[in-house]
Design a protein around this ligand. Structure first.
Ligand code: F6R
Length: 348
């Protein structure tokens, strides 16, 4: 199996990975339930996106807000009433480790999700519950292993209702439609070849899906991708669309739509694309599938993942390695002069 086939296999295996992750998470030791005023999920890249999936999924069902933290430092609002979840697949990402240590000092209720590394060791040393998932994958291909334990933990700790049925639906839907979606992904990838993908989300639920499309197109297909959200787009980006001209001629809009898309937002999409038509080569409209929000969200995640791996094939690039990320991490590890937890001067 070459890397192209391997990545495709990992993407197609997402439903099985999610089902396995649910079993791991239900058995994990988490400690007692407590009232939290917020959940903060720290993580970068392929690990951090799990926090965003939770944020988008739960914003309409849980009164406890979920925030993502993608920096070395944690916001002032992170206190002892915060549930702080550090997610790093490798367990060695310095931003996540630094935020984890800071949250410990703030006396947050802590949880770690990782396949090992320094995060597992730090959590064990501090007596912090840690959910250890199988290792050896590119982090972005471990979305099921990272997101499902987060969701199940939030359920078990009383942050949100049980999503067991929705998870079963999502797993079944993906397993049933994955081949069909792969065929659907092929012409979309062809449309994106040598173009700038511009991915628009049209509801809060799908904001993270647009982000996932961007990250997967970046890392698998090794291309740039622009994202934005509707209706916000209509109040700024609409004016800039079409320039610079050399770019405008090479843009393809991918509009992500869902049952939760407000009818007025659908109308806005139609008119906005009409108003700016001359700048756009093609528009691909994609509707989510499934009943529950979780299943609908993952239907478009899986489609985007498949588009990214197909675009990698069309471009003749290897979807597996992310050489620049690895090189940057190596360089940062050599520069010990500036420590990750160096004090930041307060900006007034
Ligand atoms: C995804 C990927 C990156 C990492 C990120 C953080 O495959 O390679 O986006 O997810 O560099 O690393 P981890 O996930 O190990 O904390």
């Amino acid at each position: 199996m070459n890397n192209q086939e391997r990545m495709l296999d990992l993407i197609l295996g997402l439903p099985e990975q999610m089902a396995e992750a649910a079993v791991i998470a239900r058995m994990a030791r988490l400690g007692r339930r407590r009232r939290f005023d917020k959940v903060v999920v720290a993580g970068m890249g392929g690990s951090g996106i799990s926090g965003d999936v939770a944020r988008c999924l739960l914003s309409d069902v849980s009164p406890v807000p979920v925030f993502s933290c993608r920096d070395y430092t944690v916001p002032v609002a992170v206190t002892e009433r915060t549930l702080f979840v550090a997610i790093s697949y490798s367990g060695n990402t310095e931003e996540t480790l630094t935020a984890f240590r800071q949250a410990m000092r703030r006396k947050c209720r802590m949880l770690a999700i990782t396949s090992g590394g320094k995060l597992e060791r730090a959590a064990n040393r501090a007596g912090v519950p840690v959910i250890v998932v199988p290792g050896g994958l590119p982090p972005r291909a471990a979305l099921g292993y990272l997101f499902v334990p987060l969701l199940v933990s939030l359920e078990r700790l009383g942050v949100c209702r049980s999503h067991k049925r929705d998870l079963t639906e999502a797993v079944g839907l993906m397993a049933e439609h994955r081949k069909k979606w792969y065929n659907k992904a092929k012409p979309i990838a062809r449309a994106l070849l040598d173009q700038l993908p511009v991915v628009y989300s049209t509801s809060r639920l799908l904001d993270v899906v647009a982000e996932r499309w961007r990250c997967q197109l970046n890392e698998n297909a090794k291309v740039m991708c622009h994202t934005n959200v509707f209706p916000e787009h209509n109040h700024n980006e609409i004016v800039g669309m079409g320039a610079p001209e050399f770019l405008a001629e090479r843009m393809v809009v991918v509009a992500l739509l869902d049952r939760a898309t407000h009818p007025r937002t659908r109308l806005r999409l139609r008119h906005a694309l009409d108003v700016t038509q001359d700048g756009y080569v093609r528009v691909v409209r994609l509707e989510s599938e499934g009943r529950s929000a979780l299943a609908r969200l993952f239907s478009l995640v899986m489609l985007g993942d498949l588009v990214s791996v197909e675009l990698a094939r069309l471009r003749g690039v290897d979807p597996m390695p992310v050489a620049r990320i690895a090189e940057l991490k190596r360089r940062m590890a050599r520069r010990r002069g500036v420590r990750p937890d160096a004090r930041i001067r307060r900006v007034r």
